[in-house]
Design a protein around this ligand. Structure first.
Ligand SMILES: [Fe+2]
Ligand SMILES: [Fe+2]
Length: 391
């Protein structure tokens, strides 16, 4: 570990996915007291991350990786230094988040678009599973994601759709086994792949593992500091989503909450009347009516979605809508939510288990290389701290 410093400017460091491959390390996640740094390729050997008095040294098997540096001060500009074998130290500018107001009350984690049973990923090129005799990548990535989410401190796990690729009994059985692995309470909602032609109803298989699948009616669960509302957006044997039939009930459930609400759905609400990019989500007209109704019913609401396999967030009046990607394709993620008395923060972490990240890194080249640029979004689209508006 020696050599001169290579300074990576803040913009380059924070727009993960817009860098050419092979240029080193970048910042993937920020929290109030930690950062996650990723590298697309580093040599085998120790990797040391440090910032101020905080440091961590990990034994890296070589190739891509992602590592967490904890013990950092909140709401602070930092110079994160990454040192590895045979490479000069690299410097990343990072700013930790300010935590939402008030004490922390609860943590939950989400996974979506797992596509258990999917035999490959993408097109141009299609990436085939490695023939290494291990678990298929979707299963491997989910197992690592839920384990890492549990280690982060999640007290509840939510699987928000496209849990399976074809809704087969085998896929549902795998979902039940892997999702229940950490021993956390688990809730689930459906995605379009779970209700595709020929799909079976996985409810009984999940229930046998203690997992509640909420469909087709919206469901509310009161957690410390927030009401979790889940809604089914699927249309049998169709890829597109719908929320019109559930809008009134979701609005009632968030209105009746004692405090703030977290609304989880599978399909992303399209932001315009006409679809601007694939895949088809909830059509714009009904999506806008839904968000208007939720915002009017309870402005202290965060809406979280999946389906697009990408990371974005936008404001809709007083509320925030966040799309989160998949654990099994680049960048390969799960999301954590930390509920405070006065707000909520989201962190999206890359699944870091070495064989999982080796797989997700390989999917970056799909769709003529665009997938590596389209999926990740920026750090501030993935990691943010919200203060609840007054109701
Ligand atoms: Fe999906
Ligand atoms: Fe989907």
């Amino acid at each position: 570990m020696s050599g001169g410093a290579v300074v990576v400017d803040r913009v380059t460091a924070t727009v993960a996915g817009l860098r050419p491959p092979g240029t080193g390390v970048s910042l993937f996640a920020v929290e109030d007291s930690s950062v996650q740094v990723m590298a697309d390729a580093l040599a085998q050997g120790p990797v040391r991350l440090s910032a101020g008095d905080a440091e961590v040294v990990v034994d890296h098997p070589g190739g891509p990786g992602a590592w967490v540096l904890a013990g950092l001060p909140a709401d602070t500009d930092l110079d994160v230094v990454v040192e590895s074998e045979g490479a000069p130290p690299q410097h990343l500018a990072a700013r930790t988040l300010a935590p939402p107001p008030g004490p922390e009350l609860f943590r939950l984690a989400t996974v979506n678009d797992i596509h258990l049973g999917d035999p490959r990923f993408g097109h141009l090129p299609t990436v085939a599973h490695p023939g290494d005799g291990g678990e298929p990548p979707p299963q491997r990535c989910l197992r690592a994601a839920v384990s890492e989410a549990a280690a982060w401190g999640a007290e509840l796990l939510l699987a928000k759709g496209d849990i399976t690729d074809h809704g087969s009994p085998d896929e549902w059985a795998t979902a039940a086994e892997v999702l229940s692995g950490p021993g956390l309470p688990v809730e689930a909602i459906l995605g379009n792949h779970d209700v595709c032609r020929g799909a079976s109803d996985g409810r009984a298989i999940l229930a046998a593992a203690g997992i509640e699948l909420h469909a087709p009616r919206p469901h509310a669960r009161d957690l410390p500091g927030v009401r979790l509302v889940t809604a089914d957006t699927t249309v049998a044997e169709r890829n597109r989503g719908t929320i019109a039939a559930s809008t009134t009930e979701v609005a009632r459930l968030v209105a009746d909450a004692d405090g703030p609400a977290l609304v989880a759905i599978h399909h992303h609400p399209q932001r315009h009347r006409l679809m601007t990019h694939p895949p088809r989500g909830i059509p714009g007209a009904e999506a806008m009516a839904f968000l208007d109704a939720v915002a009017a019913a309870n402005p202290a609401t965060l809406v979280i979605t999946g389906h697009s396999h990408r990371h974005r967030r936008h404001r809709w009046g007083p509320i925030t809508v966040a799309e989160v990607g998949s654990p099994q394709d680049y960048p390969g993620t799960w999301a954590g939510y930390v509920v405070h008395e006065g707000g909520i923060r989201q962190v999206v972490r890359r699944v870091a288990e070495p064989r999982a990240i080796a797989w997700t890194e390989s999917t970056k080249t799909c769709f003529l290389g665009l997938w590596g640029r389209w999926g990740p979004g920026s750090v501030d689209q993935r990691c943010f701290s919200l203060r609840w508006p007054s109701r």
